[in-house]
Ligand binder design. Structure first.
Ligand code: SF4
Ligand code: SF4
Length: 95
């Protein structure tokens, strides 16, 4: 599958995929997903789908509002949100 272009970066590390939009990030720990689809109905942006492996993935992270409903709904802690930092406290880098 072709990665989404422009400002979006999808970074796969094992079964964990970081979907990045600007300074915000939605980490999806696919190894924990059991394909129950609860998050699909919860997402107001309708950007969550199951792939051919029945594991959750994000279709367009630029549509994500970082509302956190997916993380709240998922019983298996698949989602980790790192919203935009307006305080300048958020830092990221190679270590
Ligand atoms: S944070 Fe909100 S908009 Fe983004 S994927 Fe999760 S439920 Fe959907
Ligand atoms: S709610 Fe969690 S376990 Fe269920 S499909 Fe979504 S990510 Fe997978």
């Amino acid at each position: 599958m072709t990665p989404t272009p422009s400002s979006t970066t999808d970074q796969a590390i094992g079964d964990t995929v970081d979907f990045v939009a600007g300074s915000a990030r939605l980490t999806v720990r696919r190894a924990y997903c059991k394909g129950c689809k609860l998050c699909l109905d919860a997402c107001p942006a309708a950007i969550l789908v199951l792939d051919e492996e029945d594991l959750v993935t994000v279709t367009d992270i630029n549509q994500c509002t970082f509302c956190g409903l997916c993380a709240a709904r998922c019983p298996d802690f698949v989602f980790v949100l790192t919203p935009h930092s307006s305080t300048g406290l958020g830092q990221e880098g190679p270590g």
